[in-house]
Design a protein around this ligand. Sequence first.
Ligand code: HEC
Length: 182
Amino acid sequence: MKRTRIAFYTIAVLIALQGCQQPADAPTTETTTANAGDLTLPVSLNAAMVGMIDHSADYIFALGNGDLPRNANDWHLVSNSAYEIVLGGAVIQIPGTGTFDQQWVEESEWIRLSQELTGIGEDAVRLAEAKSTEVEAWRSVGDRLIQNCLACHQQFKPEIPSDGILRGSTERQSRGISIFGY
Ligand code: HEC
């Protein structure tokens, strides 16, 4: 029984190694490039806003309000959120299933603000990795972040969300209750 399993693994490893030996100009490379241009999000930009960007921004704002992480897990939440902002700026340059998504991503101002969002996220990543407890530094990143959100919303956000998805509850924060657990 044990021997059969070892034999199976050997075959699997050999197959895997063969895969690696494909020449660099194998057809797979071409397919990847062609797909990249046609890439669409499986959700609307409205959903990406609520599920990704808004959620992670809350963690950045919390630190700027003096709600500091208390343990390693809290710092993970902050660091993940900072990376989500970095990535979020890239994600929203890709259209999803929303009615206006395609139209928005074709606007140069949309792209500029998305890139700015990524840049602000990068600054948040630096603070998170240094586990900075400098509230002023976090506040300054938070201020730039909110300016970025507002600038884009003023220009592009329709009055009623195109996909019907509304901002989730940030009740804890608005009531001054810590975003982190107890
Ligand atoms: C590049 C433009 C852009 C940036 C930057 C941006 N948003 Fe948005 N956001 C939009 C648009 C457009 C919508 C409306 C989407 C829809 O209805 O399809 C939206 C919708 C939302 C919604 C859901 C609608 C609502 O009112 O509840 C939330 C929440 C949101 N954004 C939060 C944020 C936050 C927080 C930031 C900054 C950290 C941010 N957004 C940055 C363009 C942007």
